[in-house]
Design a protein around this ligand. Structure first.
Ligand code: V1P
Ligand code: CA
Ligand code: ZN
Length: 380
């Protein structure tokens, strides 16, 4: 049985269309939209659907995509199919960065407009005041650029939602806890002070996408309105939570965002197929709970996450936190796909024991101090 938590239960909307989870990037590809189906079954298995407003997502329109993406690029995406891709003129695959990371799979455009439509619907619920928190686990595809796909992302649902939120919100804060740098979102708002972007990620200059060093801080009007928190392999729960809270508390207090969008990429968990951090589900969730505690309207999206059973555990746990419910550790008994969660059948099995923590106390303290020095610029 789930119980009401002691903290506040806000109006939460949950945006999903089971069709997004039916697409396949390819057998060897690490991105598995099926993880969204696992998540939705756990969420409903726990009964969380009863505590949220549920919306079945519609596709984003071409006009909506053109608010950020170029006409050339959307024309290309909407026309190319697995059958026509081999007949394209020479150079167009390179021009549009089509390849192993971003393959042209069956229905990839329908998939892209569905996850983008869900984030746009979610942003609309926040704008019209019907939701205080809006969730789209199928979104969070933070690498897509104006005229190219990147890192499994074809259209940038986050950028599109932020553009929508900027119609009425003076200051938008974007927080990215995916293990990868949120480069597409940072780039889109690099020259404005109306969007503050902050990303925590692994950085060594090589790890995808290669950007996100501390010295990327925004330019012209946007100078000091981008913050990057580069980390080494194996960061553990306590180090991450301390750093996250130590940076986000003064940042939110100084910037005073009127709306927050948090990208909850699950590849920062331990035992991720692509990631190399040591976070447990409760620690990742603690970051979401901390941001919720500020009581600012919030759009929550997914992102990376390549060990599907843990992705779905995490996002279910976080749906519980966001809706103010406490979930029992033992997973729902009658849920389909239960066999994916053995042998422990726990919502939060131990994940933080795989890598050596290469982030020394001294390194992390230095990162924290440098972030605080940056945040001081916001106070003028
Ligand atoms: O490292 C690369 C590129 C390919 N090389 C030329 C450099 N790509 C990464 C992309 C990671 C994308 C992460 C997306 C997200 O932030 C948001 C959804 O989580 C990559 C990796 C890797 N280990 O980093 N691609 C692949 N693995 C890959 C493996 C098998 C098949 C296709 C792609
Ligand atoms: Ca990140
Ligand atoms: Zn990622």
């Amino acid at each position: 049985k789930i119980e009401f938590g002691t903290d506040y239960s806000p109006d939460v909307s949950y945006h999903f269309n089971s069709k997004v989870s039916e697409f396949h990037y390819g057998v060897r590809h690490p991105m598995k939209p099926f993880r969204l189906m696992l998540t939705d079954h756990l969420v409903s298995g726990y009964g969380l659907h009863n505590y949220m407003d549920l919306y079945e997502t519609r596709a984003a329109s071409r006009e909506e995509l053109l608010e950020f993406h170029s006409k050339d690029y959307i024309d290309f995406l909407s026309k190319v199919t697995p059958d026509t891709v081999s007949k394209l003129p020479r150079g167009s695959l390179e021009k549009f960065n089509i390849g192993d990371d971003c393959p042209i799979f069956q229905g990839f455009y329908d998939y892209s407009v569905l996850y983008a439509g869900a984030s746009l619907d979610a942003s609309r619920k926040l704008l019209n005041g019907q939701s205080e928190i809006a969730i789209n686990w199928s979104g969070g595809l933070h690498h897509a650029k104006k005229s190219s796909p990147s890192g499994f992302c074809y259209v940038n649902d986050i950028v599109l939602s932020i553009i929508n939120l900027l119609r009425f919100h003076p200051r938008v804060l974007y927080i990215d806890i995916d293990i990868h740098h949120g480069d597409g979102v940072q780039e889109a708002f690099y020259t404005t002070d109306r969007v503050f972007t902050v990303s925590f990620h692994k950085y060594n200059g090589e790890f995808f996408p290669g950007t996100g060093n501390f010295d990327e801080l925004g330019c012209s009007e946007g100078k000091h309105f981008a913050l990057n928190v580069p980390l080494e392999d194996g960061i553990d729960d306590d180090s991450y939570i301390n750093l996250f809270k130590g940076v986000m508390d003064p940042l939110i207090t100084s910037y005073k965002p009127t709306v927050i969008i948090q990208q909850c990429g699950a590849d920062s968990l331990g035992h991720d197929r692509l990631g190399c951090f040591n976070l447990n589900i409760k620690a990742h969730g603690e970051c979401v709970k901390f941001i919720k505690s500020f009581g600012i309207p919030m759009l929550v999206v997914g992102g990376g996450g390549y060990t599907p059973r843990n992705v779905s555990r995490l996002w279910t746990y976080e749906t519980g936190i966001l809706s103010g419910m406490i979930l029992p550790e033992s997973l729902p008994e009658d849920s389909p796909f239960r066999e994916w969660f053995g042998p422990d059948y726990s919502l939060y099995p131990t994940l933080g024991d795989l890598y050596e923590n290469k982030n020394s106390k001294k390194f992390l303290e230095n990162v924290r101090i440098r972030c605080l020095e940056r945040i001081r610029y916001l106070q003028g």
